[in-house]
Design a protein around this ligand. Structure first.
Ligand SMILES: Cc1cc2nc3c(=O)[nH]c(=O)nc-3n(C[C@H](O)[C@H](O)[C@H](O)COP(=O)(O)OP(=O)(O)OC[C@H]3O[C@@H](n4cnc5c(N)ncnc54)[C@H](O)[C@@H]3O)c2cc1C
Length: 275
């Protein structure tokens, strides 16, 4: 199917990209095009201009230090999955990236595009919320808990560009995705992280938007073991109920994904500190 007409822009700097987006409310940033181009083909969006972010070096790359990891918005999933320093610092994040779609998508799709799109079945929102990351944009820094606001919606203002994402290094973390057998997207997933200031449990795929599971967080705060999750259940109220899975099944999968994510967190910790 042909694309609708638009003007293609390739800014030389972030400032130039911001200026184009500010002057034209119908212009849109283009990352890897993995969602945006199919959306155009389906005539679900008709931007007047596409502002290609690929030439902007400051939006790319991964930096690792003792406190955590910073990932540029234009960093592709394959780079996130394969970066040795990132894998050593936060193996659960590397594992998550390696499980997104297939190699073609992983070599085009970007972290910034994924979180700006906020597909309820996407993987990264679970890591952003689970690790308590910070999203740095052209105008501010947004805490993970404030970034994802609903179905395909975020706190980003029109024309605001995600520059990078800062992930604090957790003590232990794990992720489990239970994928749709048809699409590979998340049916239900869970990211669990233990940090010095507490436990975070983020559930993705199950509802319109990623959410934290306070009962699981409280139980794991008392005892970071699989026994702590015994008897805990996720209520099906408000969960997605569609052709992929009923709300009741998704509620069940939250418990399954949480147990597996926790087992992975404990596994990665044993690998780092073998007894
Ligand atoms: C076949 C297939 C299978 C997939 N499977 C999975 C999966 O299993 N798990 C998963 O998580 N994802 C999956 N995806 C999604 C994919 O991984 C991409 O992350 C997603 O499509 C976004 O693509 P992109 O980075 O190319 O962004 P684009 O498509 O270029 O942009 C997406 C949206 O974000 C906006 N945008 C892009 N960059 C920025 C920025 N820096 N700041 C502000 N706004 C921005 C764009 O304007 C657009 O609205 C799949 C995609 C495909 C095509």
């Amino acid at each position: 199917m042909n694309l609708p007409a638009f003007e293609y822009r390739r800014p030389a700097s972030v400032d130039e990209a911001v200026a184009i987006l500010r002057d034209d409310p119908d212009a849109r940033p283009l990352a890897g095009g993995q969602t945006l181009i199919p959306t155009l083909k389906q005539r679900l969006a008709r931007p007047t201009q596409l502002v290609d972010l690929r030439g902007l070096a400051e939006l790319r790359g991964i930096a690792v230090d003792a406190d955590g990891v910073v990932v540029g918005a234009m960093t592709r999933h394959a780079e996130t999955a394969g970066h040795p320093g990132l894998r050593a610092a936060i193996p659960a994040l590397s594992h998550l990236a390696s499980g997104i779609a297939h190699p073609q998508v992983r070599h085009m799709g970007t972290m910034g595009g994924s979180i700006a799109n906020n597909d309820p079945a996407a993987d990264y929102p679970a890591a952003i919320v689970g690790l308590g990351a910070e999203v740095v944009t052209t105008i501010r820094s947004i805490a993970a808990d404030d970034f994802f606001t609903g179905l395909f919606s975020t706190a980003l203002e029109p024309g605001e560009i995600v520059l990078r994402i800062r992930f604090p290094k957790p003590l232990r973390a794990g992720y489990c995705k239970i994928p749709s057998q048809a699409s590979g997207y998340v049916t239900t997933g869970c990211f669990i992280a233990e940090a010095a200031d507490g436990i975070r449990v983020a559930v993705n795929g199950a509802a319109a938007c990623v959410f934290r599971q306070p009962d699981f967080e409280a139980a794991l705060g008392r005892d970071f073991s699989v026994h702590a999750l015994e008897g805990l259940v996720q209520a099906p109220d408000g969960l997605n109920n569609d052709m992929h899975a009923s709300a009741a099944y998704r509620a069940h999968l939250v418990g399954v994904a949480a147990r597996r994510a926790l087992e992975q967190a404990l596994h990665f910790a044993r690998m780092e500190n073998p007894q």
